[in-house]
Design a protein around this ligand. Structure first.
Ligand code: SAM
Length: 244
């Protein structure tokens, strides 16, 4: 599905620079109510999806001295969960200052402002990179995967949790109705920003399917690539390792 999609394209954006600015400003506007809207709109399922992600990356985090980056960390819920699991702070990066401020209030980790497409980190310097619900907002998915691959050390791992496309026809149709008709309206009411929640759901619909993202991870140089669908395929956790 959507094999030709190179990256996110918000309404009115004519190039990647405008697209990135639109997305960044949009998250800046909704940061104050992001957590509340997230939990309400997902019926709290988002907490379980992040919990499962932490379980799946435990082995890499258990390596003594492992360095961990939560990319597009936003208000830091996954960063905090990873820090707790590790028993010490992990890094969290995002390009939206208001979202990072939310993470700082939770003392979620070692936070820094950075574009996921050009991280201020040396090659092969991190053992684990996670990214929850941020990846589909990148303006160039393949460039994002190459950047992940660049910073991850041999034997390290990438774990991308993202919305996907439920494979079941009936459940898929119900979900599409909820996500395209109900969710933007309710999200708009909670945040006062209908355009933001309309974009967020359209970006889910346009995002490549799980098989396609797995193929692109392999193309970017990851090995042992796999994915696990959750909640009927509403979301998928993608993992890939870097060879020794
Ligand atoms: C939907 S939020 C997810 C936040 C958090 N990971 C979570 O699980 O709730 C997406 C985040 O990705 C960030 N983001 C999107 N594109 C980015 C980019 N190119 N570089 C850095 N952060 C980006 C946004 O600022 C936003 O905070």
């Amino acid at each position: 599905m959507n094999a030709a999609v190179t990256g996110t394209k918000p309404p009115g954006a004519e190039d990647e620079e405008q697209a990135a600015r639109w997305v960044r400003e949009m998250f800046g506007r909704v940061a104050h109510c992001y957590d509340r809207a997230n939990h309400m709109l997902s019926l709290n399922l988002d907490r379980g999806w992040r919990r499962k992600t932490v379980e799946r990356v435990r082995d890499v985090m258990a390596v003594p001295g492992a360095s961990v980056l939560d990319l597009c960390c936003g208000t830091g819920d996954l960063t905090l969960a990873l820090s707790r699991e590790r028993g010490g702070a992990v890094m969290g990066s995002d390009y939206s200052r208001p979202m990072l401020d939310g993470a700082a209030k939770k003392d979620a980790g070692l936070l820094f402002e950075a574009d996921a497409l050009s991280l201020p980190l040396p090659d092969e310097s991190v053992d684990l990179v996670t990214c929850a619900f941020g990846f589909r907002n990148l303006v160039d998915y393949d460039a994002g995967l190459r950047e992940l691959r660049r910073v991850i050390r041999p034997r390290g791992m990438a774990a991308i949790l993202e919305f996907s496309h439920p494979p079941g026809r009936i459940f898929g149709a119900l979900y599409e109705f909820y996500s395209l008709r109900v969710l933007p309206k309710v999200g708009g009411m909670i945040s006062g920003d209908a355009a933001a929640y309309s974009y967020l759901q359209t970006s889910v619909k346009k995002f490549p399917g799980a098989e396609e993202l797995a193929r692109r991870m392999e193309e970017a140089g990851f090995e042992q690539v796999g994915f696990e669908r959750m909640t009927g395929g509403i979301v998928a956790l993608h993992t890939g390792r870097v060879a020794d």
